[in-house]
Design a protein around this ligand. Structure first.
Ligand code: B12
Ligand code: SF4
Length: 460
């Protein structure tokens, strides 16, 4: 028997397959459980490219688990419940617990959603999950576990102890990557949490920033290089470079370490966090791409979104990257608070001017845990929740929310237009052709829409 099997649902679309990176969440959970003497296996249906929930459930049951932990983002929640249902249909069903970003935001609602879930754990769960596993293995009742949601004798859902519990990031073991198939790209985090307040962000790891000691971070990079020889390491800090002196010290070490290794690094940061010195040091350390959340080209929309910076700062940041010789990956969102056709035009103009190496244009999603989700649920600030079908909570593919004056269809056309104009105006014909090919099912309706009733949206 295996004490704990951790799993996460497979990709439900070809677009989602694109996101099949190694997951830090279950990597850390497995490492902590193993450190506590428990036997652990991983069935990562995304990495294993499972084509059905049946395949995932069977592969999980093949380990003969006492406890199965399912990890799910909001968009994966429905698949997670299907896996739980299949596990419970087995003649010797394991105990099942759910965790991850969706459970962190809506723990009670998640447990209510299915009788096939025994528990939900909200929050960073390395220690709580290891403790729960020990109880399940020894047949004792779990008590006082932080963030553990369960049903009491009257079938009421209760939380055993406050979720406020956060992991001590300095003492966590490195993720158990040996339990996953070998990869060329490995993720890591040098700190958890982000202090900012963007209204669309679910702030999954709280606003409290917890930095790992630098010697612990550098040890992990040495270990990744020695044991897994990655081509790329992605630093997944929500905002890389929050503490300048710490960042400079880290980058100086990394430049030295990576001099003869050529590992490509990638990180995401804010336009007002990046400095010329940081960019130059990142280039020296081996950063090929840096991802920036520009989000909008409209000052009022940025202010209402609580981004705390202006469109001109985005221009400076992209120039800073380009001066340092680093490629910019720029993200925009259509449908932020106060968005109008005119403000979207400002975003299109900014995207075209920035002409980033890589452009991502998302449509607003009301992720549970974000302020926009609260607004959408209560109909505030012009937002309306269209569905609670969580599979539709994907920012590139489907609609979950609308804003007054901007239907989902309109936002989708603008999304297309932002890519098309940026590539066309900058004569990026190859990018335009690739984009049109990938979105061929949308090209015809888009062209039709320009010639029919919505002709006016192209140049408001
Ligand atoms: C890196 C990252 C990515 C990477 C890699 C994701 C991956 N598969 O690992 C990439 C770029 C691929 C990505 C893609 C997307 N991402 Co992303 N991503 C992140 C980011 C910045 C860090 C995630 C991370 O590694 N965290 C570190 C680990 C340690 O934390 P964790 O995974 O939450 O795990 C802890 C707890 O949640 C809990 N836990 C987790 N699993 C389980 C399971 C059990 C059983 C238990 C008990 C506990 C538990 O314990 C863990 C350890 O402490 C977060 C922001 C954030 N603050 O988390 C967004 C975030 C997770 N992403 C988000 C989204 C929406 C997406 C997309 C769906 C975007 C889209 N298309 O709409 C895609 C698709 C992802 C997919 N289907 O895999 C949202 C999720 C919000 C939500 N409610 O669903 C976040 C929170 C950002 C946001 N917008 O607020 N993402
Ligand atoms: S969007 Fe980025 S900067 Fe804003 S709160 Fe979320 S992680 Fe922080």
């Amino acid at each position: 028997m295996t004490d704990l099997v951790l799993t996460r649902p497979g990709a439900s679309s070809s677009a989602e397959r694109h996101w099949s990176h190694l997951p830090l969440g279950i990597g850390y959970l497995a490492a902590r459980a193993r450190q506590q003497g428990l036997t652990v296996a991983i069935v990562d249906a995304k990495i294993l490219k499972h084509s059905s929930v049946q395949q995932t459930a069977e592969a999980t049951l093949a380990h003969n688990p006492r406890l199965v932990g399912i990890s799910a983002l909001t968009v994966e929640f429905a698949s997670a419940l299907k896996i739980a249902t299949l596990l419970k249909g087995h003649h010797a069903p394991p105990t099942v617990v759910l965790g991850g970003a969706h459970a962190n935001a809506l723990p009670k609602e998640s447990l209510t959603a299915s009788e096939h879930l025994d528990y939900v754990i909200a929050g960073e769960a390395e220690t709580s999950l290891a403790t729960l596993t020990k109880h399940v293995c020894s047949g004792t009742q779990p008590e006082g576990i932080p963030g553990l949601y369960c049903r009491d004798s009257g079938n009421e859902i209760i939380v055993q102890a406050p979720v406020g519990f956060r992991e001590d990031v300095a003492t966590l073991p490195f993720p158990a990557w040996d339990l996953f198939p070998r990869s060329t790209v490995y993720p890591m985090m040098t700190e958890r949490g982000c202090p900012y307040e963007c209204v669309f962000c679910s702030r999954n790891m709280s606003r409290k920033v917890r930095s790992r000691p630098l010697d612990n971070v550098t040890e992990e990079i040495r270990w990744l290089h020695r044991d897994f020889a990655p081509d790329e390491i992605h630093i997944e800090d929500e905002t890389f470079g929050l503490h300048k002196e710490r960042t400079y010290e880290f980058l100086a070490w990394l430049a030295d370490f990576n001099r003869d290794k050529g590992i490509q690094f990638k990180a995401q940061t804010r336009v007002d966090t990046l400095t010329p010195r940081m960019a130059a040091m990142m280039k020296n350390a081996g950063f090929g791409y840096v991802e920036l959340g520009v989000e909008s080209g409209d000052a009022d929309v940025l202010a209402r979104s609580k981004k705390g910076y202006s469109p001109s700062q985005a221009e400076i940041a992209v120039k800073t990257l380009s001066d340092a010789g680093i490629k910019a990956w720029v993200n925009f969102i259509i449908g932020l608070p106060g968005e109008t056709r005119e403000s979207i035009r400002h975003s299109i103009e900014l995207a075209s001017r920035l002409n980033p190496n890589r452009l991502s244009v998302a449509i607003i999603v009301a992720y549970p845990g974000s302020e926009i989700y609260q607004w959408a649920v209560s109909g505030q600030n012009g937002y309306h929740l269209l569905t609670r079908d969580w599979q539709r909570f994907d920012k590139y593919l489907t609609s979950s929310v609308e804003i007054d004056g901007l239907s989902y269809g309109t936002m989708r056309r603008y999304q297309f237009q932002m890519y098309a104009e940026t590539y066309l105006r900058n004569r990026r014909i190859r990018d335009l052709a690739m984009f049109a090919w990938k979105n061929r099912s949308f090209v015809r309706p888009f062209l039709n829409s320009l010639t029919q009733k919505e002709r006016n949206i192209a140049t408001p």
